[in-house]
Design a protein around this ligand. Sequence first.
Ligand code: AP5
Length: 222
Amino acid sequence: MIKKNFLVFFGPPGSGKGTQVEKVSQKFKLPIISTGNLLRHEQEEGTPFGKKLSSILNRGELVPDIIINKIVAENLEKISNIKGAIFDGFPRNEKQQKFLLRTLKKVYKDNFNIYAVLINLSEKIILERLTGRRVCECGETYHLLYNPPRNKNICLKCDKKLFIREDDKPVIVKNRIKIYQREIVPILKFWENKSSLIIINGKKKISEINRNIFRELKKINF
Ligand code: AP5
């Protein structure tokens, strides 16, 4: 039986996880499970649940583990026939990490590989990245300077109007960085200890970071 391949992307807000995950997904033909995108999708639906989520997302706080783990489990079930997946924005704390590893083990026994990619970036650059970010509800992400859409306000992929994420306001970004330091940085140790952590400098150009990720993945025969 061919082993399933899973990748987990870590990095502070705005470090370029979403941007890189798209490219890795295309190259390796692996689906993406992005908890941020899935939650924003629920939010856009305008359901009572979506409205409840809005107040959490717009403050940059973490959505409760029980909700996140349920969403991830549902999405993992949908992809159980394929060769693996890429996680973006999940796990975000120790409980979620344990849930992920337990779930994969239950479904695939020892028949899977899992590695983590950490994209590092300083706080100063994070703020610059997020103030210039424009997003589309289809999931595409742009930057006014570094990855501009042809027309300032329109998505290249689906022609819809681009918008600024509510949680990209500087005061909210600062809170998200604080949460990243408190919740995610401690769980990186686990990946370091099992020599499964690929560390990438997020300050470089999008294309260079992409090449660096592919090169590191090749080294481990991913
Ligand atoms: P989520 O959507 O996961 O947000 P995040 O982790 O803060 O990351 P971002 O999406 O802000 O940034 P990114 O690293 O993907 O950067 P991007 O590629 O867009 O989560 C949002 C919220 O949902 C959370 O705050 C929380 O409330 C909730 N949530 C999600 N998952 C959860 C979980 N597991 N548990 C609990 N709650 C959860 O790039 C940023 C910008 O820079 C773009 O404009 C891009 O074009 C540009 N750019 C990218 N790379 C480069 C480069 N190399 N050079 C120049 N510009 C670049």
